[in-house]
Design a protein. Structure first.
Length: 466
């Protein structure tokens, strides 16, 4: 607690600067409040004007927090029961509730959170914004909107997924000089791309980089399979075949004439494919189910998205075939598709996204990305991974099709399935972030723009790391 309080105080001092404004510190009834008392004492020692709000019961504080409270009082510190009104605070410190919170916040504490939210001062949350579930990112009744969050020992999943990114602001991690090995999950960041696509030898040809078959494109949904194909081709696949389940196969894709457009039946008969992807624009017709069944029987790595997932959820025989595959299977559901696959509700999936992703990986013996804010990647028997790239501009049509194409391209070039999933998910988000940085979003960002950005991003990353 002493280390945590000091680390938080040092960040608070940096955020407050030398504007001379007072600092408001809200201390809660548990160990998070203890951290806040340590922080308050340190700031007082550094000649900051601090006001500490504590409406709890001193006799009920945990031992360490009680010691911190007494040290604050012995240093001449005082507390008030309520937040003073009409103050121009230079900084607000949220030390109400930490990672142990399990119930919805109500009563006086909900009032304090509402008051904090109504102020314009920057807010520093200690360990996690009060009211945010540390494991799931779910808001427990109400939560503090922090400008910065300093979290200790290691990142908490709840900071990175579901509502967490909207509440935590800029995240700072202090390990408090403790060993953090053996964590149940990890974070996907730029390093996940290191060495994924090694430098190409001069003596190569298109066959060296794999051949992909992508099946989908029912009537009225040809764009989905075209987007997936364009993404796969621009991310380095040697050859890309698009298999349309509708009879009206386009003769050529004028934006990407290198793509080979066939009927799904022809594509599934090709004997030189490296991997398959099924789902973009597939629909849920009997024909769609037929071609999905054939793809599930192919001894190739297989990416399943969109209506391929809905068909598996709806037809038990397809679900059994998917779970029984010996080749690698990769599933890319959004929360509603995940709910159908797990025979539950979207609310239940979002209630604990990590548990849902792990359940899908186990149920289908597959590598899974549960898409959304802080996408969760899971593989059987392995730690979960949370993606840190991406932005709200990706909430537009076709983004999932592009992700399918990116992952398929990595598989085609020989990247192992779990690594292809992780790298593809991170690259997809990072490409969208690059688009926003260049002024192409988040409003109006399109899936097609992300394809071009992904190619640029992966090539520049390879240049930097070579």
């Amino acid at each position: 607690m002493a280390r945590a309080g000091l680390a938080a105080a040092e960040l608070a001092r940096s955020m407050a600067g030398d504007n001379g404004k007072p600092i408001l510190i809200c201390a809660g009834p548990g160990n998070n409040g203890g951290d806040a008392f340590v922080l308050a004492r340190r700031l007082k020692q550094w000649w900051f004007s601090v006001t500490v709000v504590f409406s709890g019961n001193e006799s009920k504080l945990p031992a360490d927090a009680a010691d911190a409270f007494r040290a604050w009082r012995d240093a001449g510190g005082t507390t008030v029961n309520d937040i003073p009104r009409a103050q121009d605070w230079g900084l607000i410190v949220d030390g109400l509730f930490g990672i142990g919170l399990q119930r919805d916040i109500g009563g006086a504490f909900a009032g304090q959170i509402a008051a904090i939210s109504a102020m314009r001062a920057p807010v520093l949350a200690i360990d996690i914004p009060s009211g945010l579930d540390a494991d799931t990112g779910r808001v427990l009744g109400c939560a503090v909107h922090a400008t910065h969050t300093i979290t200790f020992i290691g990142l908490k999943a709840g900071l990175l997924t579901l509502d967490g990114p909207d509440y935590c602001g800029h995240i700072h991690v202090d390990d408090l000089d403790l060993d953090t090995a053996g964590a149940p999950g990890t974070v996907l960041a730029g390093g996940v791309l290191d060495g994924v696509l090694p430098p190409r030898a001069r003596n190569t040809h298109k066959g060296s980089f794999g051949s992909i078959g992508i099946v989908g494109g029912a009537s009225g949904m040809a764009g989905a399979v075209l987007l997936a194909g364009r993404a796969a081709y621009r991310l380095g696949a040697g050859r890309v075949y698009l298999g349309f389940i509708d009879g009206g196969v386009p003769s050529v894709d004028m934006q990407q004439p290198e793509l080979m457009l066939r009927h799904a039946d022809e594509v599934l008969k090709l004997d030189h494919l490296t991997c398959l992807a099924v789902g973009p624009g597939l629909g849920q017709s009997p024909d769609a189910a037929h071609y999905l069944r054939r793809a599930l029987e192919a001894p190739l790595p297989l990416v399943l998205d969109a209506d391929a997932l809905n068909l598996i959820a709806a037809i038990p025989a397809l679900a059994q075939r998917a779970a029984a595959r010996s080749a690698s299977t990769l599933l890319t559901p959004h929360p509603a598709e995940a709910a159908r696959l797990l025979a539950t509700s979207t609310t239940d999936v979002q209630h604990d996204r990590i548990a849902a992703a792990k359940s899908l990986a186990q149920k289908f013996n597959a590598h899974v990305v549960l898409k959304g804010a802080g996408s969760i990647c899971a593989s059987p028997g392995a730690p979960w991974r949370i993606n840190t790239s991406g932005n709200p501009g990706m909430a537009s049509a076709g983004m999932g099709d592009v992700l399918t194409g990116i992952i398929a391209a990595l598989l085609a070039q020989g990247v192992e399935a779990a690594r292809a999933l992780d790298a593809g998910v991170y690259l997809h988000g990072a490409a969208a972030d690059a688009c926003v940085a260049e002024g192409h979003g988040p409003v109006g960002l399109t899936a097609s723009e992300v394809i071009h950005s992904a190619r640029q991003f992966v090539n520049s990353h390879r240049s930097r790391s070579s």
